[in-house]
Design a protein around this ligand. Sequence first.
Ligand SMILES: [Zn+2]
Ligand SMILES: [Zn+2]
Length: 146
Amino acid sequence: MTIFGNALILLCAFVAMEIFSGLFHKYLMHGILWRIHKTHHQKGKGYFELNDLFSFSFGVIATAFVLRGAAEFDWRFWVGCGIIAYGLVYFVVHDVFIHRRLRWIEKSNLRYLQALRRAHKAHHAYTDKEPGEEYGLLWIGKKYWR
Ligand SMILES: [Zn+2]
Ligand SMILES: [Zn+2]
């Protein structure tokens, strides 16, 4: 596989993760997995939330792809890298920028980041399983770009 082919696999895995995690969030986390996810909507005291299990699980899956793919250096390696890239972006945008679990970024003048924060805050305006809106993170509705 050429470098472009590998980059394309990585990019597709990244885009697929945004779609997949949006659906996963909407139908499972706000469905049968609500008991775990609600620790993110109804904040408790501690720094860690049961909801962090999801990030951890995706990390384990991504690592499995990378390790399995590294043996033959095939497409699975690049899928794993795409999932890890998405996880890193998700962590910086969601946990650092929006929820400020680490004080790395306080503000941004980037319209896109401001819109992302508004969209995710709209998601958090709901503290119950249903109803809800804006389940994705990076692909957001037009109305948040004001
Ligand atoms: Zn949610
Ligand atoms: Zn959140």
